[in-house]
Design a protein around this ligand. Sequence first.
Ligand code: 4AZ
Length: 253
Amino acid sequence: MPFLALRRVTACLAAAAAAVAVTTSASPASAIVGGSPVQASQHPWLAAVGTPLFFVRPAGQFCGGSLIRPDKLLTAAHCVSMFRSTPGLLKATFGRSDLVGRGGETVGVRAVRVHPKFRESTFKDETVLHHDLAVLTLARPVARPTVPLGTPGAERDGLALGWGMRSENDLLNTKLRGVRLPLPGDAACRRAYGGSYDAADMLCAGSEKADTCQFDSGGPLLARGRLVGVVSWGYGCGKAGYPGVFARVADLP
Ligand code: 4AZ
């Protein structure tokens, strides 16, 4: 393996290990609070994104993704930017309700395209993610329905899906869950995050009772069955006054 790639992978694993450490030590409340188990077969376009290198999680899962073309998976840029030159290390698994097990369909990744304006800044000690979108080209097209893209309208809530953490005592959740998140509007996130929140490319969803968290990133926020957002960032998880922030899929270049 070339040195650069190895260094990138090492950095990735270090980041992943750090994410786990943060989750175990400092995680407040929980993710997918108020959510419930979901069968992956109900959302055949939904994938767990992982790498065999991330051995601390079954299937090496660290993010989610949504099939938007037979060979294109939409996810978060921060999930995959370190794999830009080594896309072959990534895997997408569809149709697996529990990451422990062999069900569903696993496909390799041939290319990683990150939003050209993707960048990071900071809010308190959280990383703020701008234009946090990436498209993975799968090694082959899959025979699965795609999810239609949309923009949120007047609806009061949306549905988020993910294999991420439910609470600080739930490090090892491996089951797919779904949660209805209130859509409090841009003003709520501006109150929480000030200038770090940019309504042009971000969307605000969640409450202290319903939120997303570590390992839900890259996964979908649906409104009326359309994909409107991608799980991106937030100040902690389930913290009152700090809704989750999603990348608007309408920001796809
Ligand atoms: C994360 O670390 C993460 N509560 C995802 C979503 C939120 C916070 C953190 C929003 O992947």
